[in-house]
Ligand binder design. Structure first.
Ligand code: URA
Length: 435
């Protein structure tokens, strides 16, 4: 096979065979195929697309480019959850202990934040002593003992995707649906769960800006999951404003703890329950979504999800006491109020801009090597539909560097859009894709 012939074939709009795709991916991982040829192929894919068979073949080739985790040592049906990424998305921190409290094993691989979106690992590291570096044996042991463990994604999980993603990032080839779907699903499939629930974010703070594109991505990922023999469900949820009120690592952890205590913001809890019911049914703990919802409500009401979270934090090196009284979590020296100068309704909050403001305040990484300030971030006091009076605070900026807080100020204010008219409530869940 000649790589150049395969690039030409795709350029002319013909589908590649599974064998050809496997050859391209393994050749790229070994270095036999150079970046310039892979870049040309990626661009041809952007213009010509890939059919379902090609997309599945690409996903499986990337999954098999590294280690595929064997979770068979963990008893019960393992259900994984994945979000396509948003601002203020602390859903996993709330949902994982809720599901684990119902006896469904949560064996999760998570990542760090990059750019304006956060990562679960950074958030968990707000607990002094907490570590996501576990050996395979510890990981399995913890899940069998307390039903929950979260580990940092290893470098050997779908390494082809890692290399390809870095190339896509610098060749303007990220935003192609088959490439996005195969990238996400290759890692999910390599992480070894029995079933997958996907939270496909839709809106200005997400990869997919509108419902149509989010639907296409959701369908593609559900098809891949099913094609690989895993039960997969996608829930398309709103990311036209940050999720919940807190954006930034320690602020989000504190909000997740509030949620586990029964005081979660309504929008966050709507997403938590929408994803949770799918996980509970797939995990075999309920026969219907309604039954699943009542189980989930119970673990919040009786605090068993909160205790499960504390048990999990302790098992990974932190202190349970920091969950019950999070005073030792990182904080910020400076706070700056962002005030509104007119009485109006909030029409929209550009999530991406809030994410960028939080990054400027110190909470995010510009490159994989940047260090982050776990105490920095933005706390929103007004969300979509809220009425703001002249002089009221829209949000508080938290930073350990006053100059950074001042820099973030304009971004936060600019993220808010107002209207003189009362706003209609919008549902957080736009669609559920079951295949
Ligand atoms: N997240 C991924 O893991 N891959 C993509 O291509 C896009 C978002």
């Amino acid at each position: 096979m000649l790589t150049c012939d395969l690039i030409k074939k795709k350029k002319e709009g013909f589908p590649l065979t599974t064998e050809e795709i496997t050859y391209l991916i393994s050749g790229y991982v070994t270095g036999a195929i150079p970046d310039y040829q892979m870049s040309a192929l990626l661009m041809a894919i952007c213009f010509r697309g890939m059919n379902q068979e090609e997309t599945l073949a690409l996903t499986l080739a990337m999954r098999d480019s590294g280690e595929v985790l064997d979770l068979s040592g963990i008893s019960g049906s393992k259900v994984d959850k994945h979000s396509t990424g948003g601002v203020g998305d602390k859903t996993s921190l709330v949902l994982a202990p809720m599901v684990a409290a119902l006896g469904i094993p949560v064996a999760k691989m998570s990542g760090r934040g990059l750019g304006h979106t956060g990562g679960t690992i950074d958030k968990l590291e707000c607990f002094p002593g907490f570590s996501c570096t576990l050996s395979g044996e510890q990981f399995t042991e913890n899940v069998n003992r307390i039903q929950m463990a979260i580990m940092e994604q290893t470098n050997n999980l779908a390494p082809a995707d890692k290399k390809l993603y870095a190339l896509r990032d610098v060749t303007a080839t990220v935003d192609q649906v088959s490439l996005i779907a195969s990238s996400i699903m290759s890692k999910k499939l390599a992480a070894g769960a029995d079933a997958i629930v996907l939270d496909v974010k839709c809106g200005n703070g997400a990869f997919m800006k509108n419902e149509e594109n989010a639907g296409t991505l959701a369908n593609e990922m559900v098809r891949i999951g099913r094609g690989a023999g895993k039960e997969t469900v996608a829930v398309i949820t709103d990311m036209d404003q940050p999720l919940g009120n807190a954006v930034g690592n320690a602020l989000e952890v504190k909000e997740a703890i509030l949620a586990l205590n029964g005081f979660g913001p309504a929008d966050l809890m709507e997403v938590v329950y929408a994803l949770g019911v799918q996980m509970v049914v797939l995990g075999g703990r309920a026969k219907s979504l309604t039954e699943a919802e009542s189980h989930l409500k119970e673990v919040i009401a009786n605090k068993s999800a909160l205790y499960k979270f504390a048990e999990f934090v302790e098992a990974q090196g932190g202190k349970a006491a920091d969950v019950f009284n999070p005073v030792h979590l990182p904080t910020a020296t400076y706070t700056l109020e962002v005030k509104q100068r007119e009485s109006v309704y909030v029409r929209r909050i550009l999530a991406e801009e809030i994410g960028r403001a939080s990054l400027i305040a110190g909470a995010g990484r510009l490159t994989k090597e940047s260090t982050i300030d776990l105490g920095a971030g933005i706390l929103l006091h007004k969300k979509r539909g809220n009425y703001v009076r002249d002089g009221e605070s829209l949000a508080t900026i938290y930073a350990n560097d006053l100059e950074k807080a001042k820099e973030a100020y304009g971004k936060v204010l600019g993220a808010y859009e107002f209207s003189g008219e009362e706003q209609k409530e919008q549902p957080m869940v736009k669609k559920i894709v079951t295949g």
